[in-house]
Design a protein around this ligand. Sequence first.
Ligand code: IPM
Ligand code: MN
Length: 350
Amino acid sequence: MIKIAALPGDGIGPEIIKESLKIIESVSEKIDIKFNYKFCDVGAIAIDKYNNPLPDETLKICKESDAILFGAIGHPKFDNNPNLKVRPEQGLLRLRKELGLYANLRPVRSYDELLSLSPLKKNIIENTDMLIVRELTGGLYFGEKKSESNFSSDTCTYTVDEIKRVTYLAIDYAKKRRNKITLIDKANVLETSRLWRKTVQEIALKHPEIQLDYMFVDNAAMQIIINPKQFDVILTENLFGDIISDEASVIGGSIGILPSASIGKTMGLFEPIHGSYPQATNKNIANPIAAILSASMMLKYLGYENGAKMIQEAVEFSLKSKISTADINNNPSMTSEVGDFIKKYIQENF
Ligand code: IPM
Ligand code: MN
């Protein structure tokens, strides 16, 4: 029995989590594994109920689970109000920190069926396949913060150990891919970036099969758009990774199809890259594929590689069959129809 904490969160979160659970259920019958789900509140909905974006009960259930399936977080009523002390996003940030989820993996690839959807030219994006490895529990997000009436500061700090553990992980992934790592930093200006370069360089020397390149983040922002195929594994710190991964999502044709995994020593959290998309809430129009592919990443993390592959293949078939939502299809299917189609494919083909 595998214990899953399901945290649907805000906006379209509940709708897409429903679809990904549907898919996990169909796979569980094929690979004969039982999953047990516990649903908990996080984000704006938890603030509304408990005035706490990460209630103790949610954290407890997460800690007792084998993996966490996360929907989305955020609500417009909390945006553009800089005086608020409690914000939905704090729930996710605290969860990452409390569970030690130090690495965020964001695979970005192009799908032949979706090439025309990207504002980028087909010949630039076709056959792109990169993995962004973003450090997730350090840097500006978690350094000391100060806020006074006419002064504020956020501090960027990194220790060698924080850099090392995520670098080891990036190297493991690079070895399973094309043996190339590009470290994205701002080492011409920032001390923390210089520490990253030094530390990553030292580790890479012990792995001669790895080709390590460096790129300043401003240049990288351009290179991702003009020549994305040059990247295999991108390794970067927290804020740069946040920005670069939204940018890279343009290559896939829609942010609605990009999954992610946040992993630590003993825990994994799986979530779509997209946010809570409040305008689409309860309309059954959101793309469930990012959440479904996140479930695939979860199965792989739990050791069920063949289950993960079933989902991947079924999703690709849904794209080929043009059963997809409005963000990627002029003749769209609804969220639940896409889920049903993928589920049926798994039931009938494995
Ligand atoms: C992400 C999100 C989060 C982040 C927000 C919701 C705090 O943008 O997962 O990329 O900035 O890390
Ligand atoms: Mn982000």
